[in-house]
Structure formats: C-alpha cells, structure tokens
Design a protein around this ligand. Structure first.
Ligand SMILES: C[S@@+](CC[C@H](N)C(=O)[O-])C[C@H]1O[C@@H](n2cnc3c(N)ncnc32)[C@H](O)[C@@H]1O
Length: 216
C-alpha cells in the first residue's frame, strides 16, 4: 500500500470501526445468518479464500461471543464438504447457533486442561488453522500464541484478530495488544511470517495478523 492509499484506508478504517457519530460501531451491527459476528466483512472474505485453499480438518477459534464467526466457518465447511470448528469462550452467550460442525467449549482459552487437552484426542496429522479472537491484551495473546501456534499445520494459518487496536490505526488508548504480541512472537518463531496478501482488500481488522506457517 502506498502512503496515499494508507492515508485513505486508515481514515475509512477509523470511520468504519468507530461508526459515524451517533450510529455506533459497524462491527457490532454485523450479522451472519442473523447471528452477531464481530468481524469486518472484508476479513470474512479472506477467511473464505483461506478455507478454500487450506481445506482445514479443524479450525480452532478462541473467543466465541455469539457464535457468528463459528457459524460462518461451519457454513463454508458445509460447502467444502469437510472440517469442524472448535471454539472456546469464558461465557455462554444466549441463542448460540447449533451446527453439527461446531463444538463449543466453556472456560479460558489459556487453560491447558480445556481445549488444548481435548486436541490430544484428534489425529495429529490433520490440517488445522487457528484464530485468536478472545482477550486482546498483549499478555493474553502471548499466552495463546504459545499454546496454539504449535497446532497450526505447516502451510496453514494462525490468524491473530484485532491487531488494529492500540493505534494500528484505531483505538489508540487500548494499550499493548495483539499487534505487540505478534511482534514478539515473530522474533522467536522464524517458521511463521506475515502474509500481506491477506490484506489485499485494503481494510482489515488484522493488519500484520495473518501469519502463515512455513510449508513442510
Ligand atoms: C471479540 S469477541 C469474539 C468474537 C467472535 N469470534 C466473532 O467474530 O463474532 C471476544 C470474546 O472473547 C471472550 N473472552 C475473553 N477472555 C477470554 C478468555 N480468557 N478465554 C476465552 N474467551 C475469552 C469474550 O467473552 C468474548 O466473547
């Protein structure tokens, strides 16, 4: 992105993220098949492209909220004819969608006795993708990266959501968050790198957050 494109995109990002005055944040008004989905639709399009290319057997998602993103992934998997979503949240939100490809876990994403323990029951050679979208503090994302990065299959993706906060370019008062956790992680994990192609649609809530694991 050249500097002029970045200026325009960042201005639209702030408008989109914060919403026009009095109208509220756009991502809080976004739904997939009626279910609240706290994502930028352009990122969901990229998810679609990644699922098509990677065809994961399992997507691990931290941060379920209402289940909109899990349902979106499950519906794509219906089209592709393969895959499951395992998603974990501290809370059970009302009217969470039921879908045979979705398995819900309740508790903290960083509790090794919950989702990470359950992963031991699955075939080690399956293709997995990971999406981190729970507590966005740097400390929490750092713990999640340590727990879940080893589960990303070679050639597949680790998506760190909301790297846009803390002034990248929105919510400057957030404090160190996902982007700062990613920076530290990449310095010690040379098998992962940022796939900037995933930012080709210009607006993304995850700038620098689409990490690809080197193919085997
Ligand atoms: C941004 S929302 C997830 C949005 C959802 N993935 C979507 O796209 O619609 C973040 C969620 O993380 C959950 N959360 C916060 N801390 C958590 C933790 N330690 N472990 C698991 N979930 C957590 C919150 O309850 C909240 O529902």
């Amino acid at each position: 992105m050249n500097p002029q494109e970045k200026t325009v995109t960042d201005a639209f990002h702030r408008l989109y993220y914060d919403g026009p005055e009095g109208e509220g944040q756009r991502f809080l008004q976004t739904r997939w098949m009626g279910v609240p989905t706290l994502k930028c639709p352009l990122d969901l399009w990229i998810y679609q492209e990644l699922l098509h290319d990677i065809r994961p057997d399992l997507v691990i998602e931290t941060g379920t909220h209402s289940g909109g993103s899990a349902l979106f992934l499950a519906h794509l998997m219906d089209i592709l004819g393969r895959g499951e979503v395992w998603t974990i949240d501290l809370h059970v939100y009302p009217d969470r969608p039921n879908h045979p490809r979705i398995r819900y876990f309740q508790g903290s994403s960083t509790d090794p006795k919950l989702l990470p323990a359950a992963l031991k029951t699955r075939p080690a050679d399956e293709t997995r993708m990971v999406i981190l979208d729970s507590d966005h503090s740097q400390a929490h994302v750092t713990r999640e990266l340590a727990l879940y990065a080893p589960h990303v299959s070679p050639g597949s993706y680790l998506i760190v959501e909301d790297t846009n906060v803390n002034g990248h370019p929105v919510y400057p008062e957030f404090g160190p968050g996902p982007a700062e956790a990613v920076q530290t992680f990449l310095a010690t994990h040379p098998d992962f790198s940022v796939d900037t192609q995933c930012e080709k649609l210009l607006l993304s809530f995850n700038p620098g957050g689409y990490l690809r694991r080197q193919p085997a």
